[in-house]
Design a protein around this ligand. Structure first.
Ligand SMILES: Cc1cc2nc3c(=O)[nH]c(=O)nc-3n(C[C@H](O)[C@H](O)[C@H](O)COP(=O)(O)OP(=O)(O)OC[C@H]3O[C@@H](n4cnc5c(N)ncnc54)[C@H](O)[C@@H]3O)c2cc1C
Length: 486
C-alpha cells in the first residue's frame, strides 16, 4: 500500500493551520484539505493568551503577528447601574511563558500568517475547494475521500493519520460517531463588529462586561479601529427584530452614532458549551472546535484548540517516525480533555455572572464571594492524567520560558524533541540516556529553574510541559521509566 502523506488535516481554520505548521516543523508530509476557496475574512476570535503566543513563536510567526496585535489591558465588570463591581487588569508583565498574559488580534490576520508560513514549508500541500466526504480507518493507514468542488472530481488519498480540525459541525466527529457531552450553557448572542471612522471616539480601552440579567453584554476593544459588542438575545427577539434599523441603533447609540462607525458585520451565534466524548478512533483524531465548544466570554475557544494541537503534533511526529505508539496517542485525550473542561467550566461561570446581576439569584454565581464582592482569577489548569507519573508533583506543569545566554529563547532547543535539563552534579550519572541533555554548566540560567522545581533534573516535552522531574541523585532508572513511553 502506498502511503501518500504522514498526516491529512481536515480544515484550515486557526487550529488546522497551527497543526500543519507544527507538523511541518517536525518534517512530516502533510495534506490539508479545506472546503472553502479562501480564508474566512470576518473576525470571530479576538483574544489569545501567553501560552498560545509561545506556540506561535515555536512555529515562527510570533514576530510577524506582533505587529498587528495589541496587549490586552484587562476587563471591567459593571453592574446594571454601570457601577464597577470588579476590575480585572492584565498587567503588562512577561509571564512564565515568556510573553504578555493576554493579546487582542484580528482572526483573519492570524490565519493569513499561518497560511503564508505554510507555503514556505516543502512537504505541506494545501488543497482548497476540497470537501472531505469519506474516511476509512484501515489497520495501519487511513483512506480519505474528498471532492474537488471546482472540478467536481473525487479523489482518494492514503495517510498514516487524520486529524479533524473541521470546526463545530465536524464531519470527522460525526464520522467517528463521537457524541458531544452537553455541559449546560446554550444562549443566542448577537455579535456586532464595527470599524471606527476616526480615532477620536471616546470608547473604553478595556473589555467591559455589562453584568445585567435583563441585557447582559460585552464590549471588546479590538485591534486598530475595530470594536465589538456582543449582547444576549431576549426570548422575544430574533435577527429581524434586533437588527431592525431603529432597534440596532437604539442599542449602539449608548456608545456610538451612525456617523462614527461602519458596521463590518452583524450576526447571531448560539454560544454553547460541550466536549466530544471520544477524541480519537484508531488513527483518526479530533482537535479544536471539532472536539469542544466554549462560549467566548473568556476568549479561550481557539486557545483550547491550539493547546490541543500543540499536545498532539509531537506525539503524531513520534508515531510517524518510530511506529504507531498506542500509549502516547491515548494520552492526547486524557491530558487535553480535563484541561479544556476547566476552561469551559470557568467560562460558564463567567456567563452566569453576566446573566445574573440584577436578578434574585445573584448570590448563586460562583465568582460572588460571601462579602458580596466578586473575584476573578486567571486560570492555568495543569494537564490531565497521561504521560509521566502522577505522584511526580512537577509532571504536567508548564516549563517556564528561559532566555539562553546568547539572548535567544531556550525553547528553540526543544521544538521537536523531548530533552532533559540537569544539574551539573548529576550529568555523569545520566549521560548515556538516549535523549539530549542540557547541563546547568553550559546553561547557568537553567539552575534557577531546577531550584524552582526543587529538582536535579527535569524531563521536558516539545509542547513545553514537564514530563517528569528527578529529586534524588541515584534514580537514573526513574528517568528511563518516564521516557519509556516515547
Ligand atoms: C463571536 C465569537 C467570538 C470568539 N472569540 C474568541 C476569542 O476571543 N478567543 C478564542 O480563543 N476563541 C474565540 N472564539 C472561538 C474561536 O473562533 C473558535 O474556537 C475557532 O475559530 C475554532 O477554530 P477551528 O480551527 O477549530 O475551527 P474553524 O475555525 O471553524 O475551522 C474549521 C475549518 O474546517 C473546514 N471544514 C469543515 N468541514 C470540512 C470538510 N468536510 N472538508 C474540508 N474542510 C472542512 C471549514 O471550512 C473551516 O475552514 C470565538 C467564537 C465566536 C463565535
Amino acid at each position: 500500500m502506498i502511503i501518500d502523506y504522514d498526516i491529512v488535516i481536515v480544515g484550515l481554520g486557526p487550529v488546522g493551520g497551527t497543526l500543519a505548521n507544527l507538523l511541518g516543523l517536525n518534517g512530516l508530509s502533510v495534506l490539508v484539505l479545506e472546503r472553502e476557496a479562501s480564508l474566512y475574512n470576518l473576525p470571530r476570535a479576538v483574544h489569545f493568551d501567553d501560552e498560545i503566543m509561545r506556540v506561535f513563536n515555536t512555529i515562527g510567526i510570533a514576530n510577524k503577528i506582533s505587529k498587528k496585535l495589541i496587549i490586552n489591558k484587562g476587563t471591567k465588570f459593571l453592574d446594571e447601574k454601570e457601577k464597577l463591581i470588579l476590575d480585572w487588569p492584565r498587567p503588562k508583565k512577561i509571564t512564565e511563558n515568556g510573553f504578555y498574559p493576554s493579546y487582542r488580534f484580528h482572526q483573519p490576520d492570524l490565519e493569513r500568517s499561518l497560511r503564508l508560513k505554510l507555503k514556505k514549508i516543502e512537504n505541506i500541500d494545501i488543497k482548497q475547494n476540497s470537501t472531505v466526504e469519506r474516511i476509512t480507518n484501515k489497520d495501519d493507514f487511513v483512506e480519505v475521500g474528498y471532492l474537488d468542488t471546482n472540478t467536481n472530481k473525487k479523489y482518494i488519498t492514503n495517510t498514516k493519520y487524520v486529524v479533524g480540525c473541521d470546526g463545530g459541525r465536524s464531519f470527522v466527529r460525526e464520522h467517528i460517531n463521537s457524541k458531544m457531552e452537553d455541559l449546560g450553557f446554550r444562549q443566542k448572542w448577537v455579535v456586532i463588529d464595527v470599524i471606527l471612522k476616526s480615532n477620536k471616539i471616546h470608547l473604553p480601552d478595556r473589555t467591559i462586561q455589562y453584568c445585567n440579567s435583563d441585557r447582559p453584554a460585552t464590549y471588546c476593544r479590538n485591534v486598530g479601529k475595530r470594536r465589538r459588542w456582543e449582547v444576549a438575545l431576549k426570548e422575544n427577539e430574533n435577527y429581524e427584530t434586533f437588527f431592525k434599523e431603529e432597534n440596532l441603533w437604539n442599542f449602539l447609540n449608548q456608545w456610538v452614532t451612525k456617523d462614527e462607525v461602519d458596521i463590518e458585520r452583524k450576526t447571531i451565534y448560539t454560544f454553547q458549551s460541550a466536549i466530544a466524548k471520544k477524541w480519537r478512533h484508531g488513527r483518526i483524531f479530533l482537535a479544536g472546535d471539532a472536539a469542544h465548544l466554549t462560549p467566548p466570554f473568556m476568549g479561550q475557544g481557539m486557545c483550547a484548540g491550539i493547546r490541543d494541537v500543540s499536545n498532539l503534533a509531537w506525539k503524531l511526529a513520534l508515531s510517524c517516525k518510530n511506529g504507531h505508539n498506542q500509549k502516547l496517542l491515548d494520552s492526547y485525550q486524557t491530558e487535553r480533555s480535563p484541561n479544556v473542561r476547566d476552561y469551559i467550566n470557568t467560562t460558564m461561570k463567567m456567563g452566569e455572572l453576566l446573566n445574573a446581576i440584577g436578578s434574585t439569584n445573584v448570590s448563586d454565581t460562583t465568582f460572588m464571594q460571601s462579602d458580596g464582592t466578586i473575584k476573578m482569577e486567571t486560570i492555568k489548569p495543569a494537564l490531565g492524567k497521561g504521560l509521566g507519573f502522577n505522584k511526580d508533583i512537577n509532571r504536567g506543569k508548564v516549563f517556564p520560558s528561559v532566555m539562553s545566554k546568547d539572548g535567544d529563547r531556550f525553547d528553540k532547543f526543544f521544538d521537536k524533541e523531548t530533552i532533559i535539563i540537569a544539574d551539573q552534579n548529576i550529568i555523569e550519572t545520566i549521560k548515556d540516556i538516549n535523549i539530549p541533555i542540557f547541563s546547568s554548566i553550559d546553561f547557568p540560567e537553567l539552575k534557577r529553574i531546577l531550584d524552582f522545581f526543587k529538582s536535579k533534573a527535569l524531563i521536558i516535552r516539545p509542547d513545553r510541559y514537564i514530563l517528569g522531574s528527578l529529586n534524588n541523585f541515584d534514580n537514573k532508572k526513574y528517568i528511563e521509566k518516564v521516557i519509556e513511553c516515547l
